[in-house]
Write a protein that binds this ligand. Structure first.
Ligand code: FAD
Length: 303
């Protein structure tokens, strides 16, 4: 097992005394009052695990952009968990992106996830490495970038993808958050290849709670994440969105995370899809203590 430098976790230990990886949770901005209630409900549950940060995705187009920015603003002002604002080169000139970063910094946002963004001509930056370097000129941000265990669909090869990842990290990013995957070996092979390519910063596995198998198959095809045969086997004969699918999905993702924890990952990044309960249920089954349980344990240790 390779050990990676990086993130200090205050997340606690499981029942067998093993240190648990840090947690982060990703949300997307709400567009309706109902979605907004769901979002805050989900965050309210997940903050009980003392996560390293909550991250908020960024839609580069007009109204999407405003939703993202105001979601970051209210999270930063009203939430107790550090916020990581996603920010995309796409849809911005160099000046407009750096102005947005300065606005976040003025609000007290210290974490960014720096991305190229999809479907738009790249804005004023040469590439994400150039963007990271420029963002660090605005403030001493803690920057994460994206990585793709199954190779970005537009990258010509694994080697080219890793070279690009290394450039982004060497420009001053602290870690890479990965696209989701369902087979731990996919991540572990990628981590080994990254190490061989000279990448020593932490690679943080992205975890997608499986909720509705049909939907997951649809968007996995679009983002280049494979759906392994064993998943088809497990879901065969089940009804889309049923309780049975939900239980199977939770079981699969808990086992995936247990594998990754055994392999020494230092952080797990959950794509919550703004769904209350699902990520909570998975994290709880991984034996993460809630904040008040951690506090109780440390008081009883001190006594
Ligand atoms: P890069 O590092 O530039 O690209 C990754 C790899 O793909 C590199 O090897 C690069 O060379 C290759 N590549 C990408 N595009 C091209 C191209 N056009 N031609 C040739 N090679 C190419 N998107 C959003 O809009 N908003 C978000 O909030 C957001 N959050 C994300 C969070 C995570 C954790 C991840 C994994 C992705 C997220 N994305 C988001 C999606 C991301 O913007 C896309 O995957 C985008 O295509 C690549 O972004 P990148 O920052 O990895 O870019």
């Amino acid at each position: 097992m390779t050990s990676y430098p990086g993130i200090v976790s205050d997340t606690g230990h499981n029942r067998s005394g093993a240190q648990l990886p840090a947690l982060s949770f990703e949300f997307f901005p709400a567009r309706t009052p109902r979605m907004d209630r769901n979002l805050w409900r989900t965050m309210g549950q997940l903050e009980l695990f003392s996560p390293a940060f909550f991250s908020m995705t960024y839609g580069a187009l007009g109204s999407e952009r405003e939703h993202s920015i105001s979601a970051v603003e209210s999270l930063q002002q009203e939430g107790p968990v550090p916020v990581a604002a996603h920010i995309t080169a796409a849809g911005h000139t160099r000046d407009s992106l750096l102005a947005l970063a300065a606005r976040f910094a003025a609000l007290g946002v210290r974490r960014l996830v720096a991305l190229r963004g999809d479907d738009l001509a790249q804005g004023g930056f040469r590439d994400v490495a150039d963007m990271v370097e420029s963002l660090l000129g605005v403030a001493d941000f803690d920057i994460s970038v994206a990585a793709y265990p199954e190779v970005h669909p537009k990258a010509p090869s694994l080697a080219a993808d890793l070279a690009s990842l290394r450039r982004k990290l060497d420009a001053g990013s602290r870690r890479a958050l990965t696209q989701y995957f369902f087979d731990a070996d996919v991540f572990l092979r990628f981590r080994d290849a990254a190490l061989r390519a000279g990448i020593t910063q932490p690679l943080v596995p992205g975890i997608l709670p499986l909720h509705d198998f049909d939907k997951v198959q649809g968007f996995s095809a679009r983002c280049g994440a494979s759906v392994p045969d064993f998943l088809h086997e497990r879901f065969r004969g089940t009804r889309a969105g049923s309780t049975e699918q939900r239980e199977i999905g939770i079981d699969i993702i808990v086992k995936l995370c247990e594998n990754l924890i055994r392999e020494g990952v230092e952080q797990l990044h959950f794509y919550t899809l703004n769904q209350p309960n699902l990520s909570y249920e998975i994290v709880r089954r991984l034996q993460y203590p809630l904040r008040h349980e951690l506090e109780r344990n440390s008081v009883s240790r001190a006594a």
